[in-house]
Design a protein around this ligand. Structure first.
Ligand code: PDD
Length: 280
């Protein structure tokens, strides 16, 4: 397997990382996951824009060599060398290497890693999956795509042992998002999703789905959703780069149509867009 480290594509067994990397000692890292369909990178520009924003917010200076064209060439090389045309590109940037100290100096050289993971088939999950609901115990900057994911891994692993696919998070009775996806509800043919704030990740798939909904003439309402309102929702689905659009059959005790009519319409428009991408 070939991976990317600090500017170079190399065999994975030649990679060495320092135990003094602040990504390891302090969990200081940001990341992106980009879907590759038929060798084509889907919404790469949007993912790179979000990565650059995460870097600014976390006071990480991306190196000069890490230009958009450099990243694109590196990803193409990974796809070709690994023969993985259907995959997820994982890109992680840490603050870099420094002997353990809370205070970091200016001008640190970040550690940058990229690798591909073979894509999974989600057709079974597209029939509807159950989710749990838990308190959002993450920090107040969930708008940054940070690798500090322990609240999510704890909650999602516990829920998985109880047969749930995802955990929907709530803060003071208001739904934020899933541990690794954004949430949409359908009520009387209106698509409702929580508005962007510091408590949710501005999902690239969320934005794409909103665009599709507008093209389909579906009414969209970006507004806070109270947990108690779930009893009035007919359909719920979650969105993420990896799993695309997954209908939820229930959240806790609240049950929904899965896949509901409007959800199916949006999934179909999403699939058409991917088909077009493959054919261009
Ligand atoms: N997860 N919210 C959270 C907390 C996420 O971790 C993700 C993505 C999303 C959806 O964002 P996007 O549509 O840009 O993928 C929302 C990635 C895919 C992951 O952790 O693997």
């Amino acid at each position: 397997m070939y991976v990317y480290l600090n500017g170079k594509v190399m065999p994975k067994n030649q990679v060495t990382l320092s135990i003094d990397d602040r990504g390891f000692t302090f969990g200081e890292g940001i990341y992106e996951v980009v879907r590759v369909y038929g060798g084509k990178k889907f919404l790469l520009h949007e993912h790179m824009e979000r990565l650059r924003r995460s870097a600014v917010e976390m006071d990480i200076t991306l190196p000069e060599y890490f230009s958009s064209s450099h990243v694109e060439e590196a990803i193409d090389s990974l796809i070709e060398k690994n023969g993985l045309e259907e995959s997820y590109l994982y890109l992680q940037v840490t603050r870099g290497v420094q002997f353990r100290s809370h205070v970091y100096p200016e001008n640190m050289e970040p550690t940058i890693v990229m690798y591909l993971i073979g894509a999974k088939d989600w057709s079974l999950e597209r029939q509807g999956v159950p989710a749990a609901i838990e308190q959002d115990i993450r920090w107040q900057r969930s708008d940054v795509k940070s690798t500090m994911l322990m609240p999510g891994t704890l909650l999602k692993s516990r829920a998985a042992r109880e047969g749930c696919f995802e955990v929907i998070l709530e803060r003071d009775g208001i739904i934020t998002e899933g541990t690794s996806n954004n949430v949409f509800c359908v009520k009387d043919n209106v698509l409702i999703t929580p508005p962007l704030s510091n408590f949710i990740l501005p999902g690239i798939t969320r934005e794409f789905v909103l665009r599709l909904a507008k093209q389909l003439g579906i009414s969209v309402d970006e507004r806070p959703i109270h947990v108690s309102e779930l009893s009035e929702m007919q359909e719920v689905f979650i969105t993420a780069t990896g799993s695309e659009i997954i209908p939820l059959s229930r959240i806790g005790e609240y049950k929904f149509d899965a896949p509901g009519k409007l959800t199916a319409k949006i999934i179909s428009a999403f699939d058409d867009a991917i088909k077009d991408l493959r054919e261009t």
